[in-house]
Design a protein around this ligand. Sequence first.
Ligand code: F6R
Length: 366
Amino acid sequence: EKGGFDHFMLKEIYEQPRAILDTFRGRLLANDGTIKMAGIDQNLEKFLNANRIIIVACGTSWHAGLVAEYIFEDLARIPVEVEYASEFRYRNPVITDKDVLIAISQSGETADTLAAIKLAKEKGAFVFGVCNVVGSSIARETNAGAYTHAGPEIGVASTKAFTTQITVLTLLALKLAKEKGVFNTTRFHEFLTELENIPSKVEKALLSNPLVEIISEVYKDSANCLYLGRGYNFPVALEGALKLKEISYIHAEGYPAAEMKHGPIALIDEHMPVVVIATNKGHYEKVVSNIQEIKSRKGKIIAVVTEGDVQVKELADHVIEIPETLESLTPLLTTIPLQLLSYHIAVMRGCNVDQPRNLAKSVTVE
Ligand code: F6R
């Protein structure tokens, strides 16, 4: 049932090229130059007339929502707010019938997310769901939606659900960018073509596995770990930290790289591993100077870089390469080595990777 893998988590990490492809299937029609998604086509006016999009979710799904915020604002020029469902539902939020709420949930059963949906519906918002489990409560409660086609996710730590959520939300953003006229045909085509390349690039990113295992051996006994990223990869840093803490029980924090100097830099010494996402697009030079700041305080640097990188290689203690892609698609690749890192460290520490202590796969109580 684990298909030759030791754990469901590793199997699911390796299923990502296929899961992303399945999520594209029948929707991404690069040859025709179109994106077809029934739930959006039927409700296009709601999206195009929306004052803003509010995204609600919990945990890893909330991180996918943060990536989506960057994508929607950057590509489709639609204002987005991302909220923890548990905060949103209790803070008397301002919601009108001009708002579109997107709820993201792998299980489709998360109590807080479900309650946020009910609240938004009462206030007249149009509610769109991005779920993995077909026929789940959230899928039924929303006005429309698009499923991720990740297949069953058994490991408690979410992996393929995350990348397929980003996939669906990227398709949605691109479709809206095209419909709004923000994108010309050439740019739209460039994205569609590159999206089609993503599954094979994820495959390539998975080739880092043996190297990531070696790096894991070096840091498996660390007490703490910092994850840094900027722009599109800030949410990936948060997700990397969540993966490490939930399955290996190492304290980890994700931060926007530039926030370091406002506090966390005080933590840096020779015992602090710092995972930095430093791909070649999007504030590369700024991330390089953040790396220098860590280096001069003797922090250990594990950097995720683009193939062929030169500058970061000279500074970092370890570098993990991912293939080149469009900046807004990098989260789909940079996430992979971080999933593997948390997996190996957890296994080396003797942790129950698929069923970490105190956690449940779906959180049906608030
Ligand atoms: C982390 C994890 C949790 C879930 C969260 C939301 O690996 O699995 O943080 O992401 O409980 O669950 P869903 O997406 O089912 O609403």
